[in-house]
Structures are given as structure tokens and as C-alpha cells.
Design a protein around this ligand. Structure first.
Ligand code: SF4
Length: 353
């Protein structure tokens, strides 16, 4: 899925700045309840250009899906700003404008399972709420038939029920349902998880074709960095609520700068299959991680500090400012993107000796 060159000339379609999301709950102690706050996302900033695919990668609980749901506005941001197209998403009140619900759609692993089993595919795809055009049910049904063909099914599948199809085919129906409203942005949250590899490849290829044909913009969320590398133009890596590195996919793969990105790559790749990952880059994944998926305290320092073999004093006290990857050393003069790591600051270089 490659972004169009025209996209580089246009302003970003999705712009997220300093996004923080916290959740408040109640924890019962011995005598009384106390407010229990968790920081799911902290000060995340990124953009997605029109026609581009940005991969968002990290372990379960790192905050990826919270970002997705905040973009969809099913979760309210605690602070920061989100603009998607002309929509000021952070400015929405209690109800999300209908036009925005058509503008951005979600496809996830469970989408195939969320198709109403008592409705035919035609009934599912012709529900008036899905259409952004105010057209009749019959007209929408006609368009749904065309979309089914576009996603690799047949027009006559409109008369069948979801249970008559395989998981991969149901995901195609879910993709057709997401496209009925003419969205411009698709959030793909682990869209091919739990599929066999051939089916994964088919669905990935289909998503690439749809992007090229319809000019769609994708935020592709997954935990598998090796897979995302093949579908994304750029990749943002998340760890424990923080984005720690953003760069073009090939550069992330060929020269990961953040120690956590290196860890992700070294565990995703079999060394014999991927000589790019040198032994010294492979960090110890067996290290205990005592932070849990979401933190009950904000990370003032780097969240990777308990696992990082390069950690030094500054790492616990402040989260690193984004540093341009191009200026880190002479090894990669054409580098793009940013890395958030104290290792590349003056203090880090001095510590490393
Ligand atoms: Fe390691 Fe420090 Fe860089 Fe975090 S900021 S990844 S702890 S060196």
C-alpha cells in the first residue's frame, strides 16, 4: 500500500497532536474506595497524509486501539488535538456528526463476526444509516452489489447469510459494509489476525487495491512489525502509552534506532531469514516488565526504562523530546522521521562513552 506522490503536496488528512487519554475508575481498598486513573495514551503526535498508510505497531495494551477509538470518537480525548479532514474531532460534543461517521470507518478483526446472522448480506449492506448519500434502499442495494463484486464476491451473494461464508469472505463483506458510506479514512485494527496466511495475503492485497482505486487513507494497527512493514508507507512504534519512533517502513526495518523498535524487530525476524538484524541488536525479551499494559501513573520518564539495556539516569526522569533520525549520525544521512530516546542526546553519548 503505497501513498501517492500527490499526497506529499497536500496537507495531512489526519493530524494528531499531544494526544493524551486517561481513564478513571474506582479501586476498593480496605476501608474506602479510591480513584484509580490509568494513562492509556500520553502526548502522542503523528499525521497521516492523504492516500498514505501509517502503521501503528506495539504490544497489546500499548495504547494503539485507544488511539483508534479516540479518532473514531467513541473515546473522548483527555487533552491534545485531533483533526481529520475538515473535522475538529476534539471539538465534538456528546454526539459525533453523521458526516464524520461516514468519513472515517473501522475494520477490525471482529468485524467479520459482527455481521448480523439473521440478516442477508443485502439487508446488512442496505441499512440506511450506512449510506452517506441519502439514497433509497433499492439504490443502495444496487451499489452494494457493485461493492461486493469489487471486494471479490458476487452480486448474488446479496441473498445469502453471513454464516454461509468463510472467515475471509465475511471480512470482505465487512469491508464492503465499511465502504458503503464512501469513507476517506479507514482504521484497520488487526484486520487479518486469526486468518491463515493465504487468506491474510488475499485480504491485504484487496485492501491495497481498494486504496489505490478509491484514494483511501489507512491507519493500520497491528502488533506484527514484520507484516506491517509490507503494507505501511511509514510506521509509528508504540510502547506503554507512548509513541517512541516514527519513520518510513524500510528505514524502520533497515535501521531501527529506538531500543524497543530493535527488540520488536529482533523478535519478529528469524535471524537466518533476516541478516539485517545483527546479534548485538537483539535485546532480551525475557526481561520482566513490571509496568503492566496500562500504567496507573503517568510515565514521566521513558516507559522502556525497566527493559532497556542502555538506560541511564535521565531515562527515568524525563521523556525524550523527538529527535530527527537524520541528525543522529552519519550512518543514514537520508533518514526521515523521529525517535524519542535519550541515547542520542549529548548526555546519552557521554554515558555510552
Ligand atoms: Fe533506553 Fe533511555 Fe532510550 Fe528509553 S530513553 S530507550 S531507557 S536509552
Amino acid at each position: 500500500m503505497t501513498g501517492s506522490s500527490a499526497a506529499e503536496l497536500e496537507p495531512a488528512l489526519v493530524e494528531v497532536n499531544d494526544l493524551t487519554v486517561t481513564f478513571a475508575g474506582t479501586r476498593w481498598g480496605w476501608l474506602s474506595p479510591s480513584v484509580n486513573k490509568t494513562w492509556a495514551v500520553q502526548e502522542a503526535s503523528f499525521h497521516v497524509d492523504a492516500g498514505e498508510t501509517l502503521g501503528l505497531v506495539g504490544e497489546s495494551g500499548s495504547g494503539k486501539s485507544t488511539i483508534a477509538r479516540t479518532l473514531l470518537r467513541t473515546i473522548k480525548p483527555t487533552s491534545g488535538s485531533i483533526r481529520v479532514g475538515e473535522f475538529d474531532v476534539t471539538g465534538f460534543g456528546r454526539s459525533v456528526p453523521r458526516a464524520y461517521r461516514h468519513f472515517i470507518q473501522l475494520i477490525m478483526q471482529e468485524s467479520a463476526g459482527s455481521l448480523n446472522p439473521s440478516m442477508t448480506v443485502g439487508q446488512i449492506l442496505s441499512q440506511p444509516r450506512l449510506s452517506s448519500r441519502g439514497e433509497s434502499a433499492q439504490r443502495q442495494l444496487d451499489r452494494a452489489g457493485n461493492l461486493l463484486v469489487r471486494v471479490g464476491l458476487r452480486r448474488r451473494d446479496l441473498q445469502h447469510y453471513p454464516h454461509e461464508y468463510s472467515g475471509g469472505q465475511r471480512q470482505r463483506i465487512a469491508i464492503a459494509r465499511a465502504l458503503i458510506g464512501d469513507p476517506k479514512v479507514l482504521i484497520l485494527d488487526e484486520p487479518v489476525s486469526n486468518m491463515d496466511v493465504p487468506t491474510q495475503n488475499q485480504v491485504i492485497n484487496l485492501l491495497g487495491e481498494l486504496q489505490a482505486d478509491l484514494g483511501l487513507t489507512y491507519l493500520f494497527i497491528a502488533h506484527d512489525l514484520a507484516m506491517v512493514r509490507h503494507v505501511a508507507d511509514r510506521i509509528a512504534v508504540m510502547y506503554h502509552s507512548r509513541i517512541v519512533e516514527i519513520a518510513p517502513s524500510d528505514q524502520i526495518h533497515d535501521n531501527p534506532r529506538h531500543p524497543y523498535t530493535q527488540l520488536l524487530l529482533s523478535t519478529a525476524a528469524r535471524p537466518e531469514q533476516d541478516p539485517v538484524i545483527e546479534p548485538e541488536r537483539r535485546l532480551d525479551l525475557s526481561t520482566d516488565d513490571d509496568l503492566g499494559p496500562w500504567s496507573s501513573v503517568p510515565h514521566y520518564g521513558c516507559p522502556f526504562v525497566t527493559r532497556c539495556p542502555h538506560a541511564f539516569e535521565s531515562c527515568s526522569s524525563s521523556f525524550p523530546e523527538p529527535l530527527a533520525r537524520a541528525g543522529l549520525d552519519d550512518a543514514e544521512p537520508d533518514a526521515e522521521g523521529v525517535v524519542m530516546c535519550h541515547l542520542f542526546t549529548e548526555a546519552g553519548r557521554a554515558t555510552a562513552g
